[in-house]
Design a protein around this ligand. Structure first.
Ligand code: PAF
Length: 262
């Protein structure tokens, strides 16, 4: 596995990979089995896999959230080597943002809703860094987890809008045995919060509608940002103390009887 901290060195290597099928998994570090599933899929579907480790400051609306993000560079590199990754990009902030973030990608509709309504500027930061990374890597395919459903939808829309030649591949949510969706942030839950956290998933799958899921979560001690049904998805974000959890589930197709009644 080759580690690139210097982007010029990466560009030189990339130039020699023109006829190679490249898979790309962008990450901010703090790697877990959810990331492993993206990497495994990329390794299976491509000749070479590139992973980025870049803790992107522009997508954090709260400095404390950025400071407490559980990335551990040395451990992350070890696991990536273990997972069969070929190239790791771990650039410095100034190399990703030589313009000091004067230029950015901004979506005007979906990015302002759901998580965007609670995290000002978050999706501008996400889309901007993903666009920069996609341009640097020029992968055939890039892999994103469905846990960040809104991010995935926005990245798909951006790639289409800007004619980016990378296929965006959606990968299913990986869960703990008790239903909690894997997230780097789970490491910040204390023991009491960790016991309560799977209730988020349970509320989404077993409540008759979004409002009753939100009420149920609030009653259990969550500070709920939102629970909303969009199409055939139920999406939620809720806090336990300082830790913000997000999750989403597919809603069952309406039965024929229900469809006829509506
Ligand atoms: O999902 C993430 O880890 C980040 O939002 C991403 C896509 C790596 C951009 O920083």
């Amino acid at each position: 596995m080759k580690l690139h901290r210097d982007l010029d060195a990466w560009r030189a290597d990339r130039a020699g990979l023109e006829s190679t099928r490249l898979g790309f998994v962008p990450t901010m570090g703090g790697l877990h089995a959810g990331h492993r599933s993206l990497v495994e899929r990329s390794v299976t579907e491509n000749d070479l896999t590139v992973v980025s480790l870049f803790l992107n400051p522009t997508q954090f609306d709260q400095a404390a959230d950025l400071d407490s993000y559980p990335a551990d560079g040395a451990r992350d590199l070890e696991v990536l080597a273990d997972w069969g990754v070929d190239h790791v990009l771990a650039p410095a902030r100034d190399d990703i943002y030589p313009d000091d973030y004067r230029y950015r990608v901004s979506e005007q509709s979906l990015s302002r809703e759901l998580c965007g309504a609670h995290r000002s500027g978050h999706f501008d930061g996400v889309l901007t860094v993903v666009m920069r990374l996609l341009n640097l890597v020029r992968a055939d395919r890039a892999y994103f987890g469905e846990k960040d459903w809104q991010q995935l939808e926005l990245v798909r829309g951006m790639v289409e809008a800007f004619f980016v030649g990378t296929e965006i591949v959606a990968c299913p949510i990986v869960r703990e045995a008790d239903g909690l969706a894997l997230s780097s942030r789970n490491a910040r839950l204390d023991a009491t919060q960790r016991r309560l956290a799977p209730a988020l998933y349970r509320a989404l799958v077993s409540s008759p509608d979004a409002d009753s899921a939100a009420r149920r979560l609030a009653g259990q001690g969550f500070d709920v940002d939102y629970v909303e049904d969009r199409g055939r998805r139920r999406l939620a974000a809720a806090r336990l103390g300082e830790v913000r959890l997000i999750d989403n589930v597919a809603l069952p197709e309406p039965t024929e009887a229900l469809r006829d009644a509506s």
